[in-house]
Design a protein around this ligand. Structure first.
Ligand code: MRU
Length: 344
């Protein structure tokens, strides 16, 4: 199987996550606009993977520029287009800021070298992401005991990153260390990232799992069938408040009520140290059709109005710990995240 996303012969190739698990189809993007559309329409999704796609989109856009172009103006148009794709994932903006720094540093170079430098940086972001996920996995594996039943929400696996995954990386790393874990996968309505993507990945890795409808988690927790929950993140504020897939907050509250540890696993590139708390995190509203339809078939009365916020914010007080590539961070998060920021 090819990776989630790769740079191949001057194109960006991604597995089409909308068609999994039934079909493994790859989409080739040859322009910035095609990469931007792929992010918007969820061909590729998951905060770190969106960051890698955006960096490759910048490299692609600059590669197409002619020597006569006003480079600074064109670069800014490319970045602005990619910024408009999805507002919540911090990694998107982090990757664009990193590409912007490299552009400014390399601006005096001949155009061919500037282009090569940007491609190199995008590939470096991709390579780093996989290595970071493996470190998150190793750090988090200690939180999982032999025989544990782990609940996860959405997909924070290899498909949501350049490979290996964050929350799924923790599960995978525990499994690879020989712990017999079982996973409960929330189906994650409306886009079904759990049922379609996490289940597909766990099957490939060989970790035993069962998919549950989102509204079953509480009952299973009450019955003692969940040892811990681990989820990914799209943006984490300085106080630990965490935006992740809609429904994450519900899982966290249920964990607290049932005295079950609730962990977030994320790279430092997901932290937004400019925000003191989660109230400033922009929450994306996605198209109504995602709620109104399943597999293209209407499931509500034709005139029904719906809401479709794609993320929620879990207050830090519900989070037992955050697993990063630099180690496990515990409350009070203001203090521990400040120390982490100093190290990153
Ligand atoms: O809308 P999505 O599928 O991009 O949302 C993805 C999530 O919420 C993930 O949990 C998050 O991005 C972390 S991925 C390692």
């Amino acid at each position: 199987m090819k990776p989630t996303i790769e740079w191949a012969d001057g194109k960006v190739v991604m597995i089409d996550q909308r068609r999994l698990p039934l079909e493994e189809v790859y989409v080739e993007c040859g322009t910035v606009e095609e990469v931007a559309r792929a992010i918007e329409t969820m061909v590729i999704r998951g905060a770190p993977a969106i960051g890698v796609a955006a960096a490759m989109g910048v490299a692609l856009g600059v590669s197409a520029l002619k020597p006569s172009a006003d480079l600074t103006t064109e670069f800014s148009k490319i970045v602005k287009r990619l910024e408009r794709t999805r507002p919540t994932a911090r990694n998107l903006f982090w990757a664009l800021e990193r590409m912007d720094r490299v552009f400014r540093e390399s601006r005096p170079l001949p155009l061919a070298d500037l282009k090569a430098r940007l491609v190199e940086e995008a590939l470096e972001i991709e390579r780093e992401d996989e290595a970071i996920c493996r470190r998150i996995g190793t750090n988090g594996a200690d939180l999982v005991k032999d025989g544990d039943s782990v609940l996860t929400h959405c997909n924070a696996g290899g498909l949501a990153t350049a490979g290996y995954g964050t929350a799924v990386g923790v599960i995978r790393s525990a499994w690879e260390a020989g712990k017999k874990v079982r996973v409960l996968v929330d189906e994650t309505r409306p886009f079904l990232q759990g049922a379609r993507l996490t289940a597909w990945e766990l099957e490939k890795i060989g970790v035993p799992y069962r998919v549950i409808a989102d509204n079953m988690a509480g009952w299973l927790m009450q019955r003692g069938e969940v040892s811990l929950a681990v989820v990914g993140a799209d943006r984490i504020a300085r106080n630990g408040d965490t935006a992740n897939k809609i429904g994450t907050y519900t899982v966290a509250v249920l964990c607290r009520e049932n005295a079950i540890p609730f962990y977030v696993a994320a790279p430092i590139s997901t932290f937004d140290f400019s925000l003191s708390d989660g109230s400033g995190i922009p929450i994306e509203e996605r198209p109504a059709a995602e709620v109104r339809e399943v597999n293209g078939r209407l499931i509500v009365p034709p005139a029904a109005a719906v809401r479709n916020p794609a993320f929620d914010v879990t207050p830090a007080r519900f989070i037992t710990a955050i697993v990063t590539e630099e180690g496990i961070v515990r409350p009070p998060f203001e203090r521990s995240l400040d120390a982490l920021r100093g190290r990153s």
